[in-house]
Design a protein around this ligand. Structure first.
Ligand code: BJW
Ligand code: ZN
Length: 245
């Protein structure tokens, strides 16, 4: 680590240690080191489809089997994955911070498996299914699913209980996320390209409300210039370094 990098880490550590309320927003990058592919970039592509081609109600209406094949493939990767040191560092932070809110765009539940007690899931969970006919919701962790597309006990077509483009975010999780972003004094934005709204807007909301904005990402993003500190590198290395006493 260069002198500049270690100074930036020390500065971020001091903001975190002195914060009354800390909020973190995570994206696919935090699970990349667990072997879960991100959405954008070559490694995220499945059969040459972009997430915008598959994660929409229109794609599901036209090709439910294809969309389910994608989810079934991701469910099998996630089932084999283990939480990494980045997930675990956020669990430690929850334990020791005065007040801490973890907001995730991820549907993989790896934060919960790492031990985080309270997670606001903005885009739902890949382990929940919802009936498109009777709207019943249930948990199903079978991997692989025996029939694609899966159906409800009423005979209706089931879908993953996740948030697709053009759909609203879960109201309660969203309002708690907005409150946590606007009232914290440190906002960590970790492993997200910050291209998808409204989640990406939480970082600017926090910054406008006076929070220090700390970005942790393998690459520069659209947010990097606005951040008070942009730490470039793997979340699984930077987060544990930040939280080291
Ligand atoms: C590492 C790393 C390592 C790698 N360490 N880092 C305002 C402006 C423009 C458009 C809109 C707007 N408001 C709303 C919209 C429309 C749309 C939108 O945002 N479109 C943009 C693409 C332009 N948003 C919506 O439709 C949302 N709904 C909504 O707004 O409702 C109101 C409404 C209703 C009707 C009409 C209009 C409005 C819903 C968005 C739902 C997104 N859903 C998905 C799929 C979820 C289910 C599933 O998982 O299958 O959510 S899409 C996908 O993108 C997924 C992710 O959560 C989300 C964000 O991706 P993320 O996490 O940032 O991943 P990547 O791959 O993009 O980035 C990974 C990052 O990690 C990279 O930066 C790497 O460098 C980094 N990285 N390894 C640290 N080791
Ligand atoms: Zn049903």
């Amino acid at each position: 680590m260069s002198r500049c990098e270690s100074e930036a880490i020390a500065q971020a550590r001091s903001w975190i240690n002195n914060a009354t309320a800390t909020t973190a927003l995570t994206g696919a990058g935090i699970s990349a080191e667990s072997g879960v592919p991100t959405f954008r970039g070559f490694a995220g592509l499945w059969k040459q489809f972009r997430p915008e081609d598959l994660a929409t109600p229109e794609a599901f209406a036209r090709h439910p089997e294809l969309v389910w094949e994608w989810y079934d493939w991701r469910r099998s990767l996630i089932a084999k994955a283990q939480p990494n040191p980045g997930h675990r560092a956020l669990t430690d932070l929850e334990r020791r911070a005065q007040s801490f809110t973890l907001i995730t765009q991820n549907v993989d539940r790896l934060h919960q498996r790492a031990g985080s007690q309270s997670v606001l899931e903005l885009h739902g969970s890949i382990w929940q299914l919802r009936c498109t006919a009777c709207h019943r919701e249930w948990s199903d962790e079978t991997v692989p699913l025996p029939h694609l597309p899966p159906t409800c006990r009423c005979g209706g077509l089931a879908r993953p209980a996740v948030v697709w483009f053009g759909e609203s975010l879960p109201r309660e999780a969203w309002s708690r996320a907005e409150r946590a972003a606007s009232t914290c004094d440190v906002f960590l934005v970790i492993g997200t390209s910050a291209l998808v709204y409204p989640a990406a807007g939480l970082a600017s909301l926090a910054h406008r409300c006076g929070a220090k904005l700390i970005e942790i990402n393998a690459e520069k993003t659209a947010l990097s210039n606005a951040a008070d500190l942009a730490l470039t590198g793997p979340a699984g290395e930077i987060l544990p370094a930040l939280l080291r006493e």
